[in-house]
Design a protein around this ligand. Structure first.
Ligand SMILES: CC1=C(O)/C(=C\N=C(/C)C(=O)O)C(COP(=O)(O)O)=CN1
Length: 456
């Protein structure tokens, strides 16, 4: 696929600089071989995350000026509430400062020690809050999701037999099913409307609610439009509503699809649960009409939601990811297929097949790519998976990759080509990487953000 002609022109720029390899070696050493600990100024192309890193539009920037900073009942909240209601279809909209704020509150409302929560693959912060409140997470995603090279069009799908089995074994102890659209840790893979609906029907048949992580549900809607029979002529906005319709609520990080740099929400249908959640928002986030956001943040999100479902925007957004994936594919760099909605994931166990999993190939590849081209990605593998709370052992998930997450409306084709050229060089010289990494400092929660490493 060709690189898309961007459906925007640049009106403001932020200078970025290339660095020398010597400078990067020094910076990486100071960061304990963890790209997460690098300073932004030491990174040329920052693909650490698509979360909070997108560029806002002139309409979003001008909306900031209209921010109502009233403590209670701000105009900006009602604009935000209306945008969420209209595009996601839930009645009760409760603001939080970002996604994990919502995960904390939903988990505290519904999970008790001994709970069991099924979901389509784990996500670090989602599972951490479930485990913190005493739940055991059960992965009920289809087997194909764990196969990097497989081409299944909806790797985010739920295996209904697996879900049925968890319900059969733990039914009464399941407070809810936690699903995501798309599935970040599978490489940004979508779930189909049919499968999501079937999973909800199965859960509801047992009186179990389903909550959806909608951080990238617009990207998911794009894949439904392209791949799921019957949806090709429907608008992205309609498909987004259809994804949310069968679920009982959603947790949202507005830092992804919604083109905002901060913010989020919990969206619910049940008024009592909404009241309970608002009570915890007062404790952890702020009043229930701002939830840890400034009025201007809610203005930016309201406008960002409108822009996120624009078909020119989402088509170009996805096409840029596919362009990078295609460049790596044609160069023989092993990546997760199909290419996801927000990232290209390089299969570290294939690139560094000569390193044992105990030497952290994903983390090692992240360091090598930064050294080679000043490109920062993030490890999604053993380091991200953390330790099993019961045994204390590393979990070694089947997928171990370097995620290259592309911010929205930020980088142009020449930047993406720089990234591709960097990966091609690292892959060509992969046997020069003779050692992996080992922990020198390992924090207890979400260790990949703060851990430090040293070459083995
Ligand atoms: C699917 C999903 C995420 O991807 C997510 C955060 N993701 C990050 C930071 C990422 O780099 O993928 C979060 C947490 O959102 P937050 O980063 O607290 O706004 C929830 N769900």
């Amino acid at each position: 696929p060709d690189h898309p002609a961007e459906p925007w022109r640049i009106k403001m720029v932020e200078p970025i600089r290339t660095t020398t390899r010597e400078h990067r070696e020094e910076a990486l050493r100071a960061a304990g071989w963890n790209p997460c600990l690098l300073r932004s100024d030491d990174v040329y192309i920052d693909l650490f995350t698509d979360s909070g890193t997108s560029a806002m539009s002139d309409r979003q920037w001008s909306a900031l000026m209209r921010g109502d900073e009233a403590y209670a009942g701000a105009r900006s909240f009602y604009l935000f509430e209306e945008a969420v209601r209209g595009h996601y279809g839930y009645e009760h909209v409760i603001p939080v400062h970002q996604g994990r704020g919502g995960e904390n509150i939903l988990s505290r409302c519904l999970i008790r020690p001994g709970s069991h929560v099924p979901g389509n693959m784990y996500f670090p912060s989602t599972r951490a809050h479930q485990e913190l409140n005493g739940a055991t997470f059960h992965d009920v995603i289809i087997d194909e999701a764990h196969d990097a090279a497989g081409e299944h069009p909806f790797k985010g799908n739920v295996d209904l037999a697996k879900l049925q089995a968890v319900i059969a074994e733990h039914g009464a102890a399941i407070p809810y099913v936690s699903l995501a659209a798309t599935v970040n840790m599978a490489g940004g893979q979508p779930i189909s409307v049919a499968n999501l609906t079937a999973a909800c029907d199965l859960a509801h048949a047992h009186g179990i609610p389903v909550f959806l992580d909608t951080a990238r549900a617009v990207e998911n809607a794009w894949f439904v439009k392209q791949r799921e029979p019957g949806w090709a002529h429907r608008s992205i906005a309609d498909i987004l509503l259809a994804l949310c319709a069968p679920t009982d609520g959603a947790v949202m990080s507005a830092k992804k699809d919604c083109l905002a740099n901060i913010g989020g929400w919990i969206a619910l249908r049940d008024p009592d649960l909404a009241e309970q959640a608002r009570g915890l928002v007062l404790l952890f986030e702020g009043l229930h009409t701002y939830g840890g956001m400034a009025g201007r943040d809610m203005e930016a999100i309201a406008q960002g939601i409108t822009e996120s479902v624009d078909e020119h925007h989402i088509r170009a957004r996805i096409a840029q990811i596919e362009y990078l994936g295609h460049r790596l594919d044609t160069a023989g760099v092993p990546i997760v297929h199909p290419v996801g909605g927000h990232c290209v994931c390089v299969d570290a166990t294939a690139v560094l097949a000569h390193l044992p999993r105990t030497e952290l190939p994903g983390q090692t590849l992240a360091a090598a790519v930064y050294l080679e081209g000043g490109v920062r990605g993030v490890e999604r593998g053993t380091v991200s998976a953390g330790r099993d709370p019961a045994t204390g052992e590393n979990r070694y998930p089947p997928l171990e990759f370097l995620r290259l997450a592309i911010p929205r409306r930020v980088y142009t084709q020449s930047h993406i080509d720089h990234v591709a050229d960097t990966l091609v060089r690292v892959h060509k010289n992969r046997h020069d990487i003779t050692h992996g990494l080992t922990f020198t400092h390992e924090p207890p929660h979400l260790r990949f953000f703060q851990a430090r490493f040293a070459p083995t």
